[in-house]
Design a binder for this molecule. Sequence first.
Ligand code: 13P
Ligand code: ZN
Ligand code: NA
Length: 283
Amino acid sequence: ALVSSLELLRKAQKEKYAVGAFNAENMEMVQAIVEAAVEMRAPVIIQTTPSTVAYASLAMFRAMVFAAANEADVPIALHLDHGDSLELCREAVGAKYTSVMYDGSKLSFEENINITKNVADFCRASAIQIEAELGTVGGKEDSHEVKSEDALYTNPMQAKEFAERTGVDSLAIAIGTAHGFYKGEPKLDFERLEEIHKVVSVPLVLHGASGVPDEAVKKSIGFGICKVNFATELRVAFTKGVNAILLNDNKVYDPKKYNKQGKEEVKKLVVNKIKLCGSNNKY
Ligand code: 13P
Ligand code: ZN
Ligand code: NA
């Protein structure tokens, strides 16, 4: 069933695992994520970025996720990922998404607090959960590109002040991950994560998990991460499945045939990521 994102994160925080948050780009990816969740008895968050909702629409994704979640006997949440304006967050709430992220990480500290607080206030009025971000996750997600050199890690005391002044329900932090893959091996700043975890009480979110070694993801969950975002690896898995069919037989013309293989690859990946998050057998 489709449920509130907050109840998923609160249980994860209490029981010290993370909820996998998976970016979907089409119907088959939605189905793959839900099927993996049902098989693993895991909660999952399905999320869409602004470019994804521009590709289809909030209403289209809400309808697909609602239909898939209705047939599932595990909790599924639907989240706007990297909402880049108050307006889009409002639209997502209007479209009955179960949570939104407002990403003001490019703004100054005070500006980020101002807009995040406005989004948080109207989310609260609609009983919708809000995630915000402080510090900068490197790499590229949609049109928002951050060069790794200027990726700013989250300052623990600022994180505490930010969470308190905005009233957000969860906080995305920057500890050395980047969106997309990595050139070398990413170095995560676990000491910083520990410091943040000590002073911030809301669930913490790790972005940019594609390409992060499993051990590092696990360690970050041990240090208080309650939601882990995976996007690039799902896109790669879907395309790998489609290619496996089309490159092997150029006479295939039925989308069901190659999309099905894309879906299977995504499902396998999501099963593994759920195990990595420790969220299997929670429902
Ligand atoms: P990756 O593409 O590195 O998995 O990042 C996902 C993410 O943070 C989505 O918000
Ligand atoms: Zn992200
Ligand atoms: Na990444």
